[in-house]
Ligand binder design. Structure first.
Ligand code: SAH
Ligand code: SF4
Ligand code: F3S
Length: 441
């Protein structure tokens, strides 16, 4: 049997898709990148913004056409749209066979079997807490880097966001389980670990003797493992950047000098309406402390433009924050009203064109600043993990720098998965060009 899987949304979903492939591989299913050859098509969906959700339903329509030629084709919908809509998906698209949530993906084989035996679509979007982590096969990775999920869900309930509803409240994976998974990965030669969760710095992991440890403790323990060469995490919340966590940037050289710390807005009024739990000044103070601990740390962020009630003055405050902080790169989005969230009920009288103009201004400025950072890297030597062979040229490799930029340079495929030193020759916004200096063992 062949499986085609399409992933939307964030890295949590990317991670979950890998896990879906793993659980089905254990049943003898192989992956294909051609939907028309597949016996099973899975959509791992995202509902963070309306556009993401619309895309799923248009792609489902295409899968339906394939099913007309191949009645045995099984169509499954997982992820955050599935979690939020449940049965409604079957009502809207009756040709869908199974609907499962982020916390029930390990039950896919049973759901598929039940679908075949009963002849009826199956829906399971429950939140059996940590059960998911217990039932998953070991992670597989390639080229020296791996993601390790340390917690699920989110309990912050920012007023615009669906994640607490689609993924449930925060649940941390036990400390020993995380350590074991990282050790398994380093034993396979993986040197770069990214700890993953919607809110990793809210981590509260139980230890074998019943205590709880926080994220700073976990980071320190993972960094102390000899096989770990570079350590990253995402995403973290400004409200939980503890001093102990910040101090690790001074003491722990394996911790990459890059932090993605979503700010969303520079206006205190809007931050309060979003229920973010910090002011612009508090955010800047965190950044200042981080830069004291690690002077060259690169900070990236997320922004929402056009939140209900955002005035010109609020938006100018965001632009000022961008200047004050000097972000290295950022993602920015126009506010999307999500059903069931408090912000969807708030009065929103800013015309869409105004929001769009604000978004363009913000993105242009962010791009200029990012371009300056890339250009300033020219001449420097960067330690990069070689992750891929360039798509355009087989004699070119692509590696990732500490500040999360991709650098292309001539090299041989034998370097895949290794750390090498690369001198940066030139830099544009999204990619750098470089030349090899030395290769590490
Ligand atoms: N847990 C992370 C990120 C979650 S989603 C955090 O809190 O920072 C990723 C990004 O999508 C958010 O940072 C936010 O900028 C954006 N986003 C979330 N909900 C949105 C909405 N309703 N409209 C527009 N952007 C949204
Ligand atoms: Fe959504 Fe806020 Fe949780 Fe991030 S912290 S996932 S934006 S509710
Ligand atoms: Fe999207 Fe769900 Fe991730 S809504 S951004 S896939 S947590």
């Amino acid at each position: 049997m062949k499986l085609y899987i399409k992933t939307y949304g964030c890295q949590m979903n990317e991670y979950d898709s890998d896990k879906m492939v793993d659980v089905l591989r254990a049943e003898g299913v192989v992956q294909t990148d051609k939907p028309d050859e597949a016996d099973i098509i899975l959509f791992n969906t995202c509902s963070i913004r309306e556009k993401a959700e619309d895309k799923v339903f248009s792609d489902l329509g295409r899968a339906r056409a394939l099913k007309q030629n191949n009645p045995n084709l099984l169509i499954g919908v997982g992820g955050c749209v599935a979690s939020q809509e449940g049965d409604v998906i079957i009502k809207r698209a009756p040709y869908v066979d199974v609907v499962f949530g982020p916390q029930t993906l390990h039950r896919l084989p049973q759901l598929i079997a039940a679908r075949r035996e009963s002849g009826r679509p199956q829906v399971d979007i429950s939140f059996p807490e940590i059960e998911k982590f217990d039932h998953l096969p070991a992670a597989r990775t390639s080229h020296g880097a791996a993601f390790v999920s340390i917690m699920e869900g989110c309990s912050k309930y920012c007023t615009y966001c669906v994640v607490p509803f689609t993924r449930g409240d925060e649940v941390s994976r036990p400390f020993a389980d995380v350590m074991r998974e990282v050790e398994n990965l380093t034993a396979q030669g993986v040197g770069e670990i990214t700890l993953l969760g919607q809110n990793v710095n809210a981590y509260q992991g139980e230890t074998d003797d019943g205590d709880t440890v926080d994220f700073a403790f976990l980071l320190q323990a993972v960094a102390a493992l000899p096989g770990v060469q570079r350590l990253r995490y995402m995403t973290s919340h400004p409200r939980e950047m503890s001093q102990r966590l910040i101090d690790l940037y001074a003491t722990t050289s394996k911790l990459a000098g890059h932090l993605h710390l979503p700010v969303q807005s520079g206006s205190d009024r809007i931050l309060a309406a979003m229920k973010r739990g910090y002011t612009a000044l508090e955010y800047k103070s965190i950044v200042r402390k981080l830069r004291t601990a690690r002077p060259d740390i690169s900070i990236t962020s997320d922004f929402i433009v056009g939140f209900p009630g955002e005035t010109d003055a609020d938006f100018e405050a965001t632009m000022k924050l961008v200047e004050d902080v000097g972000f290295d790169a950022s993602f920015s989005f126009i506010f999307s009203a999500r059903p069931g969230t408090p912000a969807a009920e708030m009065a929103d009288d800013t015309p869409y064109e105004t929001k769009l103009a604000r978004l363009h201004r913000l993105q242009t400025r962010i791009a200029e600043l990012g371009q300056q950072v890339s250009a300033a890297m020219a001449g420097s030597v960067q330690r990069v993990l070689v992750e891929n062979i360039s798509r355009k040229d087989a004699n070119e490799l692509a590696g990732r720098t500490e500040n999360n930029r991709v650098v292309n340079f001539p090299g041989s495929p034998g370097m895949l998965g290794r750390y090498v030193d690369v001198r940066i020759l030139s830099g544009t916004l999204h990619t750098l060009r470089g030349e090899l200096v030395i290769q590490h063992e």
